[in-house]
Design a protein around this ligand. Structure first.
Ligand code: ZN
Length: 457
């Protein structure tokens, strides 16, 4: 697609189903006026602009400052190898005059409709406007993108375009947007201006009947009935932030503050840096683990990380924090759970961590084998040595598992008795499972670590 969005100007109205509706979880509506600043970055003049929006959003009009334009829309399928169910509304706008290469236009579309997510694709994309909460993330195409009809094109289309956003919410609602400066509300209208500081591209909007709870550098915004969760999350957040700052130094992002915004269980937590969206779970132990995990991401560079090595680090730090709070038994339990996951999925156990991004078992490799590699490292060079390494890595511009191994090898000269090359080869490059999954966790990690120490003289 040769047309690139430079800037979005969005005016959004969120309308949940009213409380008197007999169906409590009936989906509400969004109504949006969106002006896109588009530039033709191709080599040919463009006459038709193609945009993708969520499958149930109906585009009512398209216009440029000179007048209204002809508009077509059709349900189209994005071909994927794992599902044939990702449908989008493809909108075609025909311009009166072509846009020459390098030229820009300002195009306004108005659209509205219900938002019920993409639950048919799996457990994750629940984005919708509900009675007490609305979650609108780029995955659900709640604003138009000029992506081609391919998954890669679709992901690539979450550009880092700047944006200005006005959100009209029901009375009593609060509203958060990642990577944006907020003003308001006045008369239920919140205004946001992008700062470009979110961890993930695209526009992430969260609104709902939120109430705030503060503890030190941590704020927690919870939904009605979420007070107990908010207490656990605030305590866990303050603990994780304090402990990780002590171990790793000031976080390179997030300015030492954590702002949690609750989302319903199962909707997918994410550290977007200026806000952390966190699924509000009932079980305090689970809340501790999940909060510790998301706080850890303040220290995981994620630019250019196709193998999701940031997940390996966040899981390792999360395990470590559980150990600080609960004692060594908690670390053993975490290691046992990583080992069990690899036992259930042998193809992940033997897959190298470098290159996991193109492996079907990416999730298991990054979240289970990756942290085990870091535990083997911690048993070899010690926890303080590992934390020093992670602290220094956090200060870099990032990269994936391959860049991390280069970084480790560069610094390994200073780690006495550590056979870093062998460690990197076994855990990151070879098609082997470098840990004996039949042993008890502590014994297994100790045995794995022993391979990478110089023999005693
Ligand atoms: Zn994570």
């Amino acid at each position: 697609m040769s047309m690139r969005v430079l800037h979005y100007d969005l005016d959004v109205t969120l309308s949940p189903v009213p409380p008197e509706s007999p169906i409590a979880d009936a989906p509400g509506n969004v109504a949006t006026r969106c002006t896109l600043r588009l530039r033709n970055e191709g080599r040919r003049p463009v006459r038709q602009v193609r945009l993708l929006v969520y499958r149930l959003l109906n585009v009512a009009s398209a216009e440029v400052p000179e007048g209204t334009l002809a508009l077509g829309q059709a349900q189209r399928r994005i071909p994927l190898d794992w599902t044939d169910a990702l449908f989008v509304n493809r909108v075609t706008v025909t311009l009166e005059r072509v846009v020459e290469p390098g030229a820009e236009i300002s195009l306004t579309v108005r659209y509205s409709g219900p938002l019920v997510g993409y639950r048919e694709l799996g457990a994750y994309i629940h984005d919708s406007v509900q009675r007490d909460v609305a979650v609108l993330r780029p995955e659900v195409l709640w604003y138009p993108v000029p992506g081609p009809l391919s998954w890669q094109g679709f992901l690539g289309s979450w550009s880092r375009a700047t944006f200005a956003l006005k959100v009209r919410c029901p009375e009593g609602w609060d509203c958060f947007v990642a990577g944006a400066r907020r003003s308001g509300p006045s008369d239920g209208l919140f205004a946001f201006e992008s700062t470009g500081t979110a961890s993930t591209p695209g526009i992430h909007l969260y609104a709902g009947r939120y109430e705030a709870r503060r503890e030190g550098h941590v704020s927690v915004h919870h939904l009605p009935g979420g007070e107990a969760w908010a207490r656990s999350a605030a305590a866990a957040g303050a603990f994780a932030l304090g402990e990780l700052e002590r171990l790793l130094g000031a976080p390179p992002v997030g300015e030492g503050h954590a702002t949690f915004v609750a989302i319903p269980p199962g909707w997918g937590s994410q550290n977007l840096f200026d806000i952390i969206t966190q699924t509000a779970e009932e079980d305090p132990a689970r809340t501790f683990r999940e909060v510790a995990h998301e706080v850890s991401h303040f220290w995981t560079p994620i630019e250019g990380d196709p193998d999701r090595f940031a997940e390996a680090i966040a899981h390792f730090l999360q395990d470590y924090l559980e150990g600080v709070r609960e004692g060594p038994v908690a670390v053993d339990a975490a290691i046992a759970s990583h080992m069990a996951a690899l036992g259930r999925q042998p193809e992940a156990a033997t897959a190298p961590v470098v290159g996991a991004g193109s492996h079907p078992a990416l999730d298991t490799i990054s979240r289970e084998k990756g942290p085990l590699a870091l535990w083997a490292l911690a048993r070899t060079i010690g926890v303080p040595g590992t934390m020093d390494l992670l602290s220094a890595w956090a200060g870099t511009s990032g990269g994936g598992a391959a860049e991390f191994t280069a970084f480790l090898l560069e610094r390994a000269g200073a780690m006495k008795g550590f056979q870093a090359r062998r460690f990197v080869d076994d855990w990151f490059h070879a098609d082997i499972c470098p840990i004996d999954l039949t042993l008890a966790p502590d014994a297994a990690v100790r045995q794995a670590a022993a391979h990478y120490l110089d023999p005693e003289p």
